[in-house]
Design a protein around this ligand. Sequence first.
Ligand code: COA
Length: 148
Amino acid sequence: MENVRLRKATTKDKAIAVGFDYRLDKEEHIKLNRQEKITKAISNDECFLILADDREVGFVIFDYRFFDQGWIELIVIDEKYRGKGIGGKTFNLICEQCKSDKVFTSTNSSNTQMQRALEKAEFSFAGELKGLDEGDPELFYYKKVKRI
Ligand SMILES: CC(C)(COP(=O)(O)OP(=O)(O)OC[C@H]1O[C@@H](n2cnc3c(N)ncnc32)[C@H](O)[C@@H]1OP(=O)(O)O)[C@@H](O)C(=O)NCCC(=O)NCCS
């Protein structure tokens, strides 16, 4: 997948973004009220559809709520498009559009695919936080944004 780009999601894209998240984990989607989270992110201009060769393959929520630094809140790529480098390219595009010095994100210790994608995109490990998900610590990563 060479041609990966981001398009700011509008209210018309809500169903597609919600669908990606629902297919990822139906129970969590309902329990964590992710439809509302996605709706809010769209209305705040913080949700972006991920397009690979002009096809919608996932979405990413990006804001500045983490100590005023760029923060990847959530990224979901549809199952059949994972492991093809699209996540890594999405992180690069987020870094390009970031208006702060650094981009941060976090993932569960059990999510090796996310960790691998972040490491491939040259994110550095920032630390571990226990207590959020019992027995599955949250691992934080960051990358300095290069300015020309
Ligand atoms: C996490 C996610 C965004 C990464 O995007 P991606 O497009 O799959 O990532 P990339 O292809 O850039 O890199 C993934 C790496 O993990 C590897 N990988 C693929 N499947 C894997 C698996 N089951 N376990 C571990 N590594 C795996 C890939 O091979 C690739 O490494 P490689 O190039 O050395 O082979 C995507 O997999 C996803 O949407 N997962 C489900 C939702 C999720 O977990 N989101 C993050 C929440 S914090």
